[in-house]
Design a protein around this ligand. Structure first.
Ligand code: NAP
Length: 302
């Protein structure tokens, strides 16, 4: 039995664990993949106050060391069910564990969106990747493309430009969604080609991806040979498991009030899986803080 179980070990979940533990609660943090979550994919974090520059991996490692040193309990496992009876939550996991808690904080983040093209799932790991930091090295001195016009796509393009022979940035509109400093940096790189108002409409290759069809806004198409394709078109929340427990938006994001409380007493939500306007590292840790303190208050009034 724990006071609080946090599901998801990204920046929001780890911050929630930090604050709840420091407030004297017993805390269990359950993460199914990597402590640090999506931030570990970021080449550089340069917009976190008081940190000029740090890799996402370092940020995640330092945060994890901090909560580990504090005595937060943690498990690498996947939560498969949550039930609530009276004021007690029971969680079961893929490894068959059963945990109980007085409050839970959902911080499950979001997963990379797919293009929805034929063969896409089969090419993942065989030419398609969602993470330049993880897979960029496989494409050293090769030709890659990256789809997306947001901060993720441009950040990844810059990272890949240091490794790959050429990087083609494919953007579906005629303008970027990314921040200006990134757009400026992209335009200064000789080996980054910017292809605007274009979509990848088909994937080609035997077992490994070897090219794509590019279709432009005017309807014209061309074949483009490449060694790797990075998809950075945003994320969708991983909230399916909670659909019977809390209210979700049409897009699957968790609804919560400004204290990160959901409609179900004792269930709080933090980070990218929550319905909100801005999804940044800073807002994830903000949610983590707010949800943990709200969960502590909730427990104290049980
Ligand atoms: P995003 O900002 O939502 O951008 C997604 C990009 O993919 C947009 O250019 C979008 O085009 C395009 N797109 C969406 N669906 C597409 C499709 N089916 N085919 C082709 N293109 C498609 O996503 P993100 O870049 O992952 O960023 C998510 C959030 O994290 C943002 O708030 C971002 O600021 C934040 N972030 C911050 C940092 C940082 O501060 N350093 C780093 C990474 C991410 P449209 O513009 O036409 O919709």
């Amino acid at each position: 039995m724990h006071d609080i179980i946090v599901i998801g070990g990204g920046p929001a979940g780890m911050t929630a664990a930090l604050y709840a533990k420091r407030a004297g609660k017993s805390v269990l943090l359950i993460e199914k993949n990597t402590f640090g979550g999506q931030i570990t994919w970021s080449h550089k974090v340069e917009n976190y106050p008081a940190i000029s520059s740090l890799s996402g991996l370092e940020w995640g490692d330092q945060m994890f060391s901090q909560i580990e040193a504090l005595g937060v309990e943690y498990e690498l496992d996947e939560v498969t069910s949550i039930t609530k009876k009276d004021d007690l939550f029971t969680l079961t996991t893929a490894f068959g564990a059963i945990y109980e808690a007085k409050a839970i904080i959902l911080a499950t983040g979001a997963k990379p969106k797919r293009l929805g093209l034929e063969g896409e799932e089969d090419y993942i790991g065989c030419g398609i990747s969602f993470c330049a930091v993880c897979d960029g090295e496989f494409y050293r001195q090769k030709d890659v493309a990256i789809i997306g016009g947001g901060n993720t796509a441009l950040g990844e393009a810059l990272y890949l430009a240091d490794i790959c022979r050429s990087v083609t940035l494919i953007v579906r509109r005629d303008s970027y969604r990314a921040d200006l400093p990134l757009v400026d940096a992209i335009s200064k790189r000789d080996n980054i080609r910017q292809v605007m108002s274009a979509r990848v409409s088909a994937l080609h290759g035997q077992e490994t991806l070897s090219g794509v069809t590019l279709t432009y806004a005017d309807g014209k198409s061309e074949l483009m040979a490449l060694d790797g394709l990075f998809i950075a078109i945003g994320h969708s929340p991983e909230n399916e498991l909670f659909s019977g427990l809390i209210a979700l938006t049409e897009d699957g994001y968790a609804n919560a009030d400004e204290t990160c409380a959901t409609i179900t007493p004792g269930v709080f939500v933090a980070g990218d899986c929550r319905q909100k306007q801005v999804r940044q590292l800073t807002t994830a840790v903000s949610d983590g803080t707010i949800s943990a303190l709200a969960a502590c208050r909730y427990i104290d009034h049980l």
